[in-house]
Design a protein around this ligand. Structure first.
Ligand SMILES: Nc1ncnc2c1ncn2[C@@H]1O[C@H](COP(=O)(O)OP(=O)(O)OP(=O)(O)O)[C@@H](O)[C@H]1O
Length: 623
């Protein structure tokens, strides 16, 4: 495989990088911290840098790059971008995990080396305890003077082993660990507990630590602003004193996880600890200048010293790009929204999936409110926060299992699909570890795929796209790939229960989509949410982008219980607003409650006005 010289390497998939991004990309001897605002291309930058390091051999076999993101979607997107640009044997050396998945994969691989009494059995369960469960524990163990929140935080922070004879909080944590291991049929561990187990594992096993450091001398960290104390401590245990070079990217205006323990001074600590050089980017590649101007007004409320980004994309729409739409009642609001989207789609300004509706919480309630109106206008609304089995639709869609099976199903459902063909071939190459210089191996994979697709097309032609045919169709695709092969290739599926959860969710969603599908392609489009307007919470919108975003319910009783004096709430608002590429609207319904004045005040200097949205027949402004 021929490598490129660093000076002849060019960015891929984008035409240019700003000069500061180039400087950060070429910085390979020292750790860098790239700080930049929303839409500056931070995630894209990581994908470019990975491609650069792999294609030039600056990261050469057998070294690998470890990339850690906060969300599954982000980890998946990053891996996808690298896979598209690099040959499979290079892309295979890019390991993109979420923090949780990284911890879990180490626990699953090296479980036997975790010191007793913390070594979990193979059938441990992952749990996400609620406040009530901590309270129940404190009551059961008669622990006074410690509340559920303190306990939850201390579990995430206190290093193992933890003795049960110290101060009350420490004693509570020790007893909690004991109870999780001893009181129930299964050992139940939360992700913060897995983090502590890995930290212990690495601290107590120099050989494993050495192997980890030999494998990864390049580490990427996405959304570094939300790193928690425990995650940072784990990074230190894993890499302090090693020759690992870090590239971290983040935006402190987007710090929204302080409630979950994000470090307020993560950037400073990172610079100090890893001797990192800070580089800030100034472009915005997502939103046009009129939106960037509004975003900047919000940004300066968070940090008055922030530099105004330079918008690098064009405005493509006429009329308002941001406004507060006011309605008298909820039904009027639902009908007008649906009518507005319908008209935009008919005018070919957008497709349905270009619009996202964002809510603060209770997406299920908003779904029932909006769905009848959407249906009446021939539109499809999909609440991606809804669970299918034990997994939210949004999470299911970014699973590796889903992606791999969907490409095969697409190939079976259509006569020609070169993009899916290439991607499916890449999947096989990855799963079976075939080198791209191994021509015979590649030919064999190609023949296998050809044979399967021929047979699979015949099968789908003879199988009606109706509920219950999901097992036959998706089952055939899974058999072709091989359950064991998948489980070996992806650490997240190593345990049967984890694999089964995703597989069950996949079948459930496919079954739903087959309910009124005319063709297989139609069902698959529905599965992926094509031609659906997505409904999601603002927290889940992080890292995503849409042509038009509608923030539902700028009134007290729904998600606008935000307060401007709580920085994190303002940050959440900023994150959500910056997801819009072309337009961002808000709805306000007088029947539901009073408008949130501070948000109007915040948006007013940017020229965002309240508009009386008259019966969906047009908009009339109230000056
Ligand atoms: N150099 C570039 N040229 C053209 N488009 C780019 C470039 N960099 C990024 N983009 C595009 O700009 C958009 C934003 O990029 P990206 O998601 O990487 O930004 P980000 O800084 O991680 O955003 P955020 O922090 O707001 O989630 C994406 O659509 C991406 O494809």
């Amino acid at each position: 495989m021929s490598l490129l010289r660093p000076d002849e390497w060019e960015p891929q998939g984008v035409t240019e990088l700003e000069p500061r991004a180039w400087a950060a990309l070429r910085q390979t001897a020292q750790s860098v911290l790239v700080t930049a605002g929303a839409g500056a291309g931070k995630t894209e930058f990581l994908a470019q840098k990975a491609t650069y390091l792999l294609q030039t051999g600056l990261c050469s076999t057998p070294k690998r790059i470890l990339a850690i993101s906060f969300k599954r979607d982000a980890a998946y997107n990053l891996a996808e971008r690298v896979a598209k640009r690099c040959p499979a044997e290079q892309a295979r050396r890019f390991d993109s995990y979420t923090f949780d998945a990284f911890s879990k994969s180490l626990v699953d691989r090296f479980r036997a080396a975790i010191p007793e009494p913390y070594r979990p059995p193979a059938n441990y369960r992952i749990v996400m305890p609620r406040r009530l469960e901590y309270e129940y524990f404190l009551d059961t163990y008669n622990i006074r003077g410690v509340n559920a929140q303190q306990l939850e935080r201390a579990i995430a922070r206190i290093q193992l082993p933890v003795a049960d004879n110290g101060p009350e909080l420490q004693r509570a944590v020790a007893l909690y660990w004991q109870s999780q291991y001893n009181d129930y049929t299964y050992v139940s561990l939360s992700f913060p507990m897995l983090n502590r187990l890995v930290e212990l594992l690495l601290r107590e096993n120099p050989e494993i630590l050495k192997a980890l450091r030999l494998t990864y001398s390049i580490v990427f960290l996405d959304e570094f602003q939300d790193t928690t104390f425990s995650q940072f401590q784990l990074l230190r245990t894993a890499f302090d004193g090693s020759d690992a070079i870090f590239t971290a990217v983040g935006d402190d205006k987007q710090r929204i996880m302080v409630w979950a323990g994000a470090m307020p001074d993560a950037f400073d600590q990172f610079e100090r600890q890893f001797g990192a050089k800070r580089i800030s980017l100034v472009s915005n590649w997502r939103s046009h200048e009129d939106l960037v101007r509004i975003q900047h007004v919000i940004a300066t409320r968070i940090d008055s010293t922030v530099e105004e980004p330079e918008a690098r994309v064009e405005r493509l729409v006429d009329g308002d790009v941001a406004a507060i739409w006011e309605f008298a009642g909820e039904n009027e609001e639902s009908n007008c929204l649906a009518q507005w989207i319908e008209r935009e789609v008919q005018a070919e300004n957008i497709e349905q999936h270009d619009v996202a509706i964002l809510v603060r919480m209770r997406a299920d309630v908003v779904e029932s409110q909006l769905s009848p109106a959407f249906e009446a206008h021939g539109l499809r609304l999909r609440n991606v926060a809804r669970n299918v089995g034990d997994i939210a639709i949004q999470d299911l869609l970014s699973e590796d299992l889903t992606q791999i099976l969907m490409r095969l199903l697409r190939l079976g459902a259509t006569e020609k699909s070169p993009e899916n063909w290439n991607a499916a071939l890449r999947d096989l190459q990855f799963l079976e570890a075939v080198n791209s210089s191994d021509e015979a191996g590649l030919r064999r994979l190609q023949q296998r795929l050809e044979k399967f697709v021929r047979k699979f097309r015949r099968k789908l032609r003879s199988l009606d796209p109706i509920p219950n045919s999901e097992t036959g169709s998706a089952g055939a695709a899974l058999d072709f790939v091989g359950t064991q092969v998948l489980r070996r290739a992806f650490p997240a599926y190593q345990r049967q229960t984890d694999f089964d959860r995703i597989w069950k969710g996949f079948l459930l969603l496919l079954r739903e989509c087959l309910e009124d599908a005319e063709t297989w392609s139609d069902a698959l489009d529905k599965f992926e949410g094509l031609n659906h307007t997505a409904l999601m919470t603002i927290h889940k919108s992080k890292g995503l982008e849409f042509h038009t975003i509608i923030f539902y319910g700028l009134d007290n009783q729904t998600w606008w219980s935000l307060r401007p004096d709580r920085m994190e709430e303002l940050n959440s608002f900023f994150v959500a607003f910056t997801r819009a590429k072309q337009r961002g609207f808000f709805t306000l319904c007088n029947e539901r409650g009073q408008p949130v004045v501070w948000i109007e005040n915040l948006l007013a200097p940017a020229g965002v006005r309240r508009i009386d949205f008259c019966g969906g027949s047009g908009v009339k402004s109230v000056d």
